[in-house]
Design a protein around this ligand. Structure first.
Ligand SMILES: Nc1ncnc2c1ncn2[C@@H]1O[C@H](COP(=O)(O)OP(=O)(O)OP(=O)(O)O)[C@@H](O)[C@H]1O
Ligand SMILES: [Mg+2]
Length: 421
């Protein structure tokens, strides 16, 4: 292996570890944070943490100038919920500097110190003086977010479910079909609750695919966002199967839907408090609200069929999501509706190479099986128990829930294709 490749492999491993640590941090509440740094090496990760999706509610300001600048600043300004201070001073001087801060710092504010001395005695001394945590530089984004999470995400707060947004690279590629079948897999394989929300209000198909016709659903949830709570949400959910509830779209055109960028936020947060998995079936559209839902989701599944338009759109989505979610893994790519007879197709390797992704599943075009399931309002696993796509749905369910990777389903070969005839 060349040095460059070895280096990038090392970086990738670090990236994965850093992402794993970040993954354990749950959204930070609406708190105010001010950081006073002395070096770019410390200010950088704090600023990057401030731009992370899990920190959208928090207000973070980073200043330079260290403890001295903080003392000056808080002499005339109220202290925030959290003050982060960097100091390059040796232990004794650091403690002396902190003494001067005590006079201007509100006792209700938490203080985290980032120092350059790895000294247990100093650590103990600081904790005794009421400092909430002492970190030693260099620090990473996950160090910053981990410490904020530990201080402000209450330990006894209810566990939050994970959100997965499913989106298609183009209309009609089967993103909703995948979202519904994978939701069913998660509920069935792990006997763990899933809330599936159909975000395609005018045209959503979850109601058809699960043979449900609830009188109320996601429209009521969105238009009652100001009084959204678990009781209201419970009332709007339609039970589809054991452990699987649906927030159905009205799928009528009696009005138009121009949502505000945060229209879905309180609904998603409420659903997360009630179920370990919240699946968001996002329509193929690009607006402030779809962009926000994708930016905020814990994970994204991008479905594409292997043609040029899908490739271009997938590339644009992957690149844009990278900018919106710099500290997250890229979306999971599913290639769907492959091997349509006589349709020229870009090979999986050619399709995936420019995206820098390996598909998590490849699903053959099988109009009979998918059509039957859709027409009878059931999932493929209920209508055709030996269908190869089921293994793909189960695999995606395993990957999304982190429950150990099942063997990656093989790319369907000749026998698989003959079976379709
Ligand atoms: N592998 C497949 N083989 C055959 N048909 C499929 C396959 N996957 C999905 N379909 C069918 O393709 C159609 C479109 O699927 P679906 O509604 O899930 O796509 P979508 O990406 O959500 O579309 P939209 O852009 O409308 O949201 C449906 O009729 C579905 O049954
Ligand atoms: Mg859809």
């Amino acid at each position: 292996m060349s040095i460059d490749r070895a280096h990038s492999a090392g970086e990738a491993a670090e990236d994965a570890e850093e992402r794993g640590r970040l993954d354990r941090v749950r959204p930070i509440p609406r708190i105010s944070i001010q950081a006073f740094c002395e070096s770019e090496g410390v200010a950088g990760p704090i600023e990057k943490a401030g731009r992370d999706r899990r920190m959208v509610k928090a207000h973070l300001k980073v200043h330079l100038g260290g403890i001295r600048a903080a003392v000056e600043h808080f002499g005339s300004a109220p202290t925030p919920n959290l003050v982060i201070l960097e100091s390059r001073q040796p232990p004794e001087e650091l403690v002396a500097e902190l003494e001067s801060l005590a006079e201007v710092c509100d006792p209700g504010s938490r203080v985290v110190v980032i120092g350059h001395y790895n000294d247990v005695q100093l650590y103990r001394d600081l904790i005794k003086r009421g400092i909430s945590e002492y970190l030693v530089a260099p620090i990473s984004i996950s160090d910053v977010m981990g410490v904020i999470g530990a201080l402000f995400v209450a330990e006894d707060s209810e566990p939050l479910g994970r959100t997965v947004a499913f989106v298609g690279a183009k209309g009609g590629v089967g993103s909703s079909t995948l979202a519904h079948n994978v939701s069913w897999s998660i509920a069935n394989l792990f006997k763990s609750d899933v809330v599936l929300a159909d975000l395609d209000l005018p045209f959503g198909t979850a109601n058809i695919n699960f043979d449900q016709d609830p009188a109320q659903g996601i429209a009521e949830a969105i238009f009652s966002a100001d009084r959204m709570d678990d009781v209201l949400l419970d009332r709007l959910l339609a039970r589809c199967a054991d452990h699987l509830s649906l927030l159905a779209a009205p799928s009528v055109l009696d009005r138009t839907y121009d949502f505000t960028p945060d229209a879905f936020q309180s609904l998603i947060e409420t659903a997360q408090r009630g179920a370990p998995a919240v699946v968001l079936d996002v329509p193929h559209a690009w607006s402030d609200w779809t962009k926000n839902v994708l930016a905020q989701a814990d994970q994204i599944v991008l479905t594409a069929t292997p043609d040029l338009a899908n490739l271009r759109n997938a590339k644009n989505l992957v690149d844009t999501l990278k900018k919106l979610r710099p500290n997250d893994a890229p979306p999971h790519l599913v290639l769907n509706q492959i091997q349509i007879p006589k349709r020229p197709e870009i090979s999986a390797s050619e399709f995936c190479e420019p995206l820098g992704l390996t598909p998590v599943a490849e699903i053959v075009f099988d109009p009979a099986a998918f059509g039957n399931a859709a027409n009878s309002g059931r999932m493929i696993a209920e209508t055709d128990q030996k269908h190869p796509a089921i293994e793909a749905f189960h695999h995606v369910a395993h990957v999304l829930t982190g429950r150990g990777e099942v063997k990656k389903p093989k790319r369907p070969g000749l026998l698989g294709r003959l079976r379709l005839k």
